[in-house]
Design a protein around this ligand. Structure first.
Ligand code: LMR
Length: 397
């Protein structure tokens, strides 16, 4: 069977973490995988999560199966968080949630659902998260790429993105990043989101809004502007949601596929298609992370603590953006990296060639994802000078 199976190269993001761990240099800097890190470079368990976990474990009387749509209470809690508890979308029953094994599981389930319903293509803006294309292709979708980001301007190329989206029609799907664009950090403005909503309404394509960093751009309400706008203006929207970063539940694999339908009946029918696909794949998601999220969101004190911790994390990343941009100025880089201070979420793209990325890693111990993506969480007062002087060295060599 496996005589001819080839050894594959490591994953471009997860493989980098392994290289970093094996690097003996003390001055090395990890700007790779998208996990939050505190001042000391640690990814702590959030206090709200630790308390919720204690409650969940204490109340647990069985390990019997959960339903296919996940831990009891998880779906309604996530819907309230995403749409707002008083949302007309929720009172009309137009939204349904299926808990999934992380954001990747949500994307894969969304891809299989779209494939099973005859989606003609899935279009995404370039560059995008490196796993989007292999993951969604593996679900059987035909992927088209359109421009999203202008690397010379370090900003969204909205005219080019719109020109690509203008070709879409019914049965086409457009993937958008809900907030904190991965890898560019450059989000659409509310006015641009409104324009895409009008195009989707006129042309009939379906938006798939991938949301993995809810709470890291501005705040929990502002960050879901795209989701709420599309859901208010369009009959159908799909949302893939991750609790990895905002609840710090990475390894618990906790996410959701959220379906907005034209009516309560449509939402339920589509949800039944999704749960049937899940049953044919992994049966049901791991319950633990979903139970923790439901416990936090269902308890006002835990919820307030979680919101406070999340906003502290987001503040720290914004502070790191300013620190990096200011240090670049201090090192005489003029405005070459000033755009980083204004972008959102964990990531930005450094203007680097692949050779320069290799030199940063090999000569300076600075680990950047291919294409130039950096995770701003890896920056701190102690390492920022080494980072900027290394950037200067490789770009001015
Ligand atoms: C990232 O983009 O680094 C994260 O979403 C982790 C991953 O799975 O790639």
């Amino acid at each position: 069977m496996f005589e001819d199976a080839k050894l594959l190269p490591p994953d471009p993001i997860l493989g980098l973490s392994k290289l970093f761990q094996d690097d003996p240099r003390s001055e090395k800097i990890d700007l790779g995988v998208g996990v939050y890190r505190d001042l000391n470079g640690r990814t702590p368990v959030m206090k709200a999560v630790a308390k919720a976990e204690t409650n969940v474990t204490a109340a647990q009387t069985t390990k019997a199966y959960t339903p296919v749509d996940g831990a009891p209470g998880f779906g309604p809690a996530i819907l309230d968080l995403v749409f707002g508890a008083d949302s007309p979308i929720l009172s009309a029953g137009r939204a349904a949630a299926v808990q999934t094994p992380g954001g990747c599981g949500a994307l894969r389930l969304a891809g299989e659902l779209l494939n099973s319903q005859g989606a003609a293509s899935l279009t995404l803006g370039a560059p995008t998260w490196p796993n989007h294309i292999p993951l969604l292709s593996a679900a059987g979708l035909k992927i088209n790429s359109i421009p999203y980001y202008d690397r010379d301007a370090n900003a969204v190329d909205f005219e080019a993105f719109k020109a690509g989206a203008a070709k879409l029609g019914p049965k086409d799907v457009l993937l958008l990043h809900g907030c904190c664009h991965n890898p560019t950090g450059a989000d659409l403005s509310p006015a641009q989101i409104d324009e895409i909503a009008a195009m989707a309404a006129a042309q009939g394509f379906l938006p798939l809004v991938d949301t993995a960093y809810h709470g890291f751009a501005k705040d929990l309400d502002t960050d879901v502007y795209m989701i709420r706008k599309f859901s208010a203006e369009l009959p159908e929207v799909l949302i893939t949601y991750s609790c990895s970063k905002n609840f710090g539940l990475y390894r618990e694999r906790t996410g959701a596929l959220i379906i907005v339908g034209a009516s309560a009946d449509r939402a339920l029918a589509v949800k039944s298609q999704a749960t049937s696909l899940a049953r044919k794949n992994y049966s049901m998601p791991p319950a633990h992370g979903g139970a923790i999220v439901a416990e936090i969101l269902g308890d006002p004190a835990l919820s307030a603590l979680w919101r406070e911790e999340l906003s502290e994390m987001a503040d720290r990343v914004r502070g790191n953006r300013r620190l990096l941009a200011q240090t670049a100025q201090d090192f005489g880089l003029h405005n070459r990296l000033s755009f980083i201070a204004d972008q959102a979420g964990m990531f930005s793209l450094l203007p680097l060639t692949e050779d320069q990325i290799g030199a940063l890693r090999d000569q300076h111990g600075v680990y950047v994802v291919g294409g130039g993506r950096i995770n701003l969480c890896g920056v701190n007062e102690t390492n920022v000078k080494h980072l900027i002087s290394s950037f200067k060295a490789v770009t001015e060599a």
